[in-house]
Design a protein around this ligand. Structure first.
Ligand code: KIV
Ligand code: ZN
Length: 551
């Protein structure tokens, strides 16, 4: 591991930085570069049809600046631009953006690609970093400036030939992150001088971290320095275009916004060259989670993800912020318990403030369901199991029953080594407490009430596999039944806890009863019974609990 072959990337030019004291209060201008930077990095680039599907999604989400491609680079890119324009597929207010190098034939072709569009952003770029100048182009600083300025001048000339289109301009000093900052400013100002933007008709200066080589604070310093030193700041939209080589493109974008960036270029789910571009959807959701209007619509993130996967043939990691399959799932028991309590408190409160532990946003806001929030594995606690039964199946287990059933769940997950779905938990509950047990059965019974409210019961039951017809007396059906049971060899037994609730609505609704029975020697078990008659459900629950003492 020869780390000495690398040098740190630092920027020491800004001493009076103010960005750390700023807070984000609004969304930036978004620019999706999915159809260009994202597309150019795909093992299988999108066809015109797929680009169109992706385009429709971006438009539906509300993106207003959409870089549609590099039309001078390939026939597909060119055809896609023509299709959008010739078939009037660009809604009013949406600006298509097209990338071009600063070479005459490419610039001319780019204009042909966007001819007839109502609005278009011509995005001119050339590389400016020391490495690119010295190693790749072998050119002086002035020669690199000349390339940019010559291209800009041609663009201004060509604009006159396309009067149907309102043109906007963007210039990117590619590899800005590794360009001497005063030189980056010099080249940008030379280009600005050609385009002559005004506060009414601004141009975009786009500052890319073409390769992410430093911590996000370094880029924030560069952006703040640039904004402070730029001559005609009010005529310029400062855009940033972070890549994700160190995995910090989202943070880099956010700190750049604090430092003065007005606009962010990136892609959905961060697709792009190498490790990708900044994930503009995650940045938007980060703003949303701070109570800021994200400026785009993300209320159906799964649909967006499906279209993305279909068009790009790329996967999305299960832990990807906001969209990953597992991001609204809690495995730990204490997390599950806290989520359970948080959700109940949220439902009970009168204001709408979301404060549910472990869930930074309400999954429902982006079309995710609560269903997968809690899945049960061997690490899950009793609270999680009870939550699943209550939320998905309507079973409100008494609190004292939670640890008892959780032990059955734990045993099952330990045996299988797998997590259990809500359905599997429900099936296990039935198998443990409600499955037909021929050794403990309630047969026919009759109850007659006396004047004082006391009752007599006559019941056919099976206990430990033996059939009995019992007769007993009590101050209610349950106590009468239990007296009868006691007389059949369960003298020391008592009922410790009893609860019941309806399972459905209507006249023939079923009820569930939970009864905890003690044997008087310190052993206690719950039993459960379901029936449309609550007395029957309770007697079945008593027999169910007795079956555990037999086990
Ligand atoms: O990453 C980059 O520098 C680019 C430019 C062309 C803007 O994609
Ligand atoms: Zn890029």
């Amino acid at each position: 591991m020869n780390y000495k072959k690398y040098v740190p990337h630092i920027f020491t030019g800004l001493k009076d930085r103010t960005w750390p004291g700023n807070t984000l209060s609004k969304a930036p201008i978004w620019c999706s570069v999915d159809l260009r930077d994202g597309n150019q990095a795909l093992p299988v680039p999108m066809s015109v049809e797929k680009k169109l599907t992706f385009w429709n999604t971006l438009v539906d989400m509300g993106y207003k600046d959409i870089e549609i491609g590099f039309p001078s680079a390939s026939e597909t890119e060119f055809s896609f631009a023509r299709k959008l324009i010739d078939e009037s597929l660009i809604p009013d207010g949406v600006r298509i953006q097209v990338l071009t190098q600063s070479r005459e034939h490419l610039i001319r072709k780019t204009f042909e690609a966007v001819a007839g569009a109502k609005q278009a952003i011509i995005h001119l770029y050339n590389s400016t970093s020391v490495q690119q100048r010295e190693v790749v182009f072998k050119m002086t600083k002035q020669e690199i400036i000349d390339i940019a300025v010559t291209g800009a001048k041609l663009i201004v000339e060509l604009e006159k030939e396309y009067p149907q289109t309102e043109f906007f301009y963007e210039y990117s000093p590619e590899s800005f992150h590794a360009t001497e900052i005063d030189y980056a400013l010099e080249i940008c100002e030379a280009v600005i001088e050609v385009f002559q933007p005004t506060p009414q008709k601004k141009m975009i200066i786009n500052l890319p971290t073409t390769v992410e080589v430093a911590t996000p604070n370094v880029f924030a310093d560069q952006v703040e320095w640039f904004c402070k030193n730029l001559k005609d700041r009010e005529s310029i939209v400062i855009s940033v275009h972070p890549h994700n080589d160190r995995g910090c493109a989202i943070a880099t974008s956010e700190l750049a916004m604090l430092a003065g960036a007005d606009r962010v270029e990136g892609t959905l789910f961060g697709n792009g060259e190498r490790t990708g571009n900044a994930d503009i959807l995650a940045i938007a959701m980060n703003l949303y989670s701070q109570g800021i209007d994200p400026g785009v619509k993300i209320n159906n993130i799964d649909e967006i993800a499906d279209i993305y996967k279909e068009c790009t043939l790329m996967d999305i990691n299960q832990r990807h912020p906001y969209v990953g399959e597992l991001v609204f799932t809690a495995f730990s028991g204490s997390h599950q318990d806290a989520i359970n309590k948080g959700l109940k408190a949220y439902e009970a409160q009168s204001d709408e403030i979301w404060e549910v532990p472990y869930l930074p946003i309400d999954p429902q806001d982006i079309g995710r369901s609560y269903e997968p929030i809690i899945r049960i594995n061997s690490q899950s606690g009793k609270g999680g199991v009870a939550y699943v039964l209550e939320t998905f199946k309507g079973y409100k287990l008494p609190k004292a029953m939670h640890p008892e059933f959780a032990r059955f769940v734990q045993k099952k997950t330990d045996e299988t080594g797998k997590e259990l779905s809500p359905d599997e938990i429900y099936n296990l509950f039935h198998a443990v407490y409600l499955s037909a047990n021929d050794r403990y059965r309630l047969g026919k019974y009759s109850i007659s009430s006396g004047k004082s409210g006391e009752v007599d019961i006559k019941a056919d039951i099976t206990l430990k596999g033996k059939q009995y017809t019992m007769k007993a007396h009590g101050n209610g059906p349950i106590s009468a039944f239990f007296h009868g049971i006691k007389a059949l060899g369960y003298n020391d037994f008592s009922i410790e806890e009893y609860s019941e609730h309806a399972l459905s609505l209507g006249a023939d609704a079923e009820a569930i009863a939970y009864v905890q029975v003690s044997d008087g020697k310190g052993n206690k078990h719950f039993g459960t019974g379901v029936d449309s008659n609550i007395d029957s459900a309770s007697m079945k629950a008593i027999l169910s609990s007795l079956s555990f003492f037999d086990a």
